[in-house]
Design a protein around this ligand. Structure first.
Ligand SMILES: Nc1ncnc2c1ncn2[C@@H]1O[C@H](COP(=O)(O)OP(=O)(O)O)[C@@H](O)[C@H]1O
Ligand SMILES: [Mg+2]
Length: 230
C-alpha cells in the first residue's frame, strides 16, 4: 500500500518500466456507455406456472449485465421469510401484497428496479400496490391459460389442487382476475422462454433507463487500486 502511494504521488524516475502506472494512477481514458437508471417496480402478475419467476430471474441477470441494478422479490421466497406468518385467506393475501408493495417501493426509492413475481390474483389489490408505489409502477401480465400452466405444473401444485390436497389454489379453487389494463403483456403461451425474456428485458430498460452516461471514464491502471488512492 505504502509502495503504491509512493508510486502514485511521486514521479517515477525509471519511466521505461510501467510508464502509465508510474505517471498516473489511471490508464488512458476509454469511451463507454452506461445506463443511468431510475428506480421503479415491475410487478409480474399471472397464474402459478405462468413464468413469473423464470422471467424475473432472467431479466434481473440481463439488467445486471447491462450495468443496471435490480432486485427480485419472489412471492415464494417472501413466503419463507418476511411473509411466513401469512396464509392464503383473503386478509392474508391482502397483507402479502401490501408488504411486498411496501418493500418494492423502498427499493424503488433507493434507485433499484424491483422485479416482483407474485400471482397477485385480484385487480383491487394490484390497484392498491400501484397506489403505494406511485407512477414508477408497471403492471406486467405474464399471460398463460390455466390449461397451459396446469400442463407445465413445474411444482406439482395443480395436481395437488385437483386432488383437493391444496385449498384456495388460484385458477383452480380461487379466482384470478386477468389485468384489463396491464402496462405490458408477456404471452408465455405463444412465445418461447427466450423470446419472453428478451421482450421483457427490453421493456424494462425502455421504462427505467433515464439517460445514457457517455462521459469518458478513466480506468484505474494495472496494479493500482482506487482504494489505495483514498
Ligand atoms: N415462454 C415461457 N416463459 C416462461 N416460462 C415458460 C415459458 N414456456 C415454458 N415455461 C416454463 O414454465 C415454467 C414456469 O414456472 P415459474 O417461472 O416457476 O412460474 P411462476 O413463477 O409464474 O409460478 C418453467 O418451468 C418454465 O421453463
Ligand atoms: Mg414463481
Amino acid at each position: 500500500m505504502q509502495m503504491l502511494m509512493k508510486q502514485v504521488t511521486e514521479p517515477a524516475t525509471r519511466k521505461s518500466e510501467h510508464p502509465v502506472a508510474a505517471d498516473t494512477p489511471y490508464a488512458p481514458s476509454r469511451s463507454y456507455r452506461r445506463p443511468v437508471q431510475e428506480g421503479g417496480v415491475v410487478w409480474l402478475t399471472g397464474l402459478s406456472g405462468a413464468g413469473k419467476s423464470t422471467l424475473a430471474g432472467a431479466v434481473a441477470s440481463i439488467l445486471t449485465s447491462h450495468g443496471m441494478r435490480s432486485a427480485v422479490l419472489d412471492g415464494d421466497v417472501l413466503r419463507c421469510g418476511l411473509n411466513r406468518d401469512l396464509g392464503f385467506s383473503a386478509p392474508d393475501r391482502e397483507e402479502n401484497m401490501r408488504r411486498t408493495g411496501e418493500v418494492a417501493a423502498l427499493f424503488a426509492n433507493e434507485g433499484l428496479i424491483a422485479i416482483v413475481a407474485l400471482i397477485s390474483p385480484l385487480a383491487a389489490l394490484r390497484a392498491q400496490v400501484r397506489e403505494i408505489v406511485g407512477n414508477r409502477f408497471r403492471e406486467v401480465y405474464v399471460k398463460a391459460s390455466v390449461e397451459t400452466c396446469e400442463a407445465r405444473d413445474p411444482k406439482g401444485l395443480y395436481g395437488k389442487a385437483r386432488r383437493g390436497e391444496l385449498l384456495d389454489f388460484t385458477g383452480v379453487s380461487a379466482p384470478y382476475e386477468p389485468p384489463l389494463h396491464a402496462d405490458w403483456i408477456v404471452d408465455t403461451e405463444t412465445q418461447t422462454v427466450g423470446q419472453c425474456i428478451t421482450q421483457l428485458a427490453n421493456y424494462v430498460e425502455c421504462q427505467f433507463v433515464a439517460s445514457w452516461d457517455t462521459r469518458e471514464r478513466r480506468v484505474p491502471s494495472r496494479g493500482v487500486h482506487t482504494t489505495d488512492l483514498i
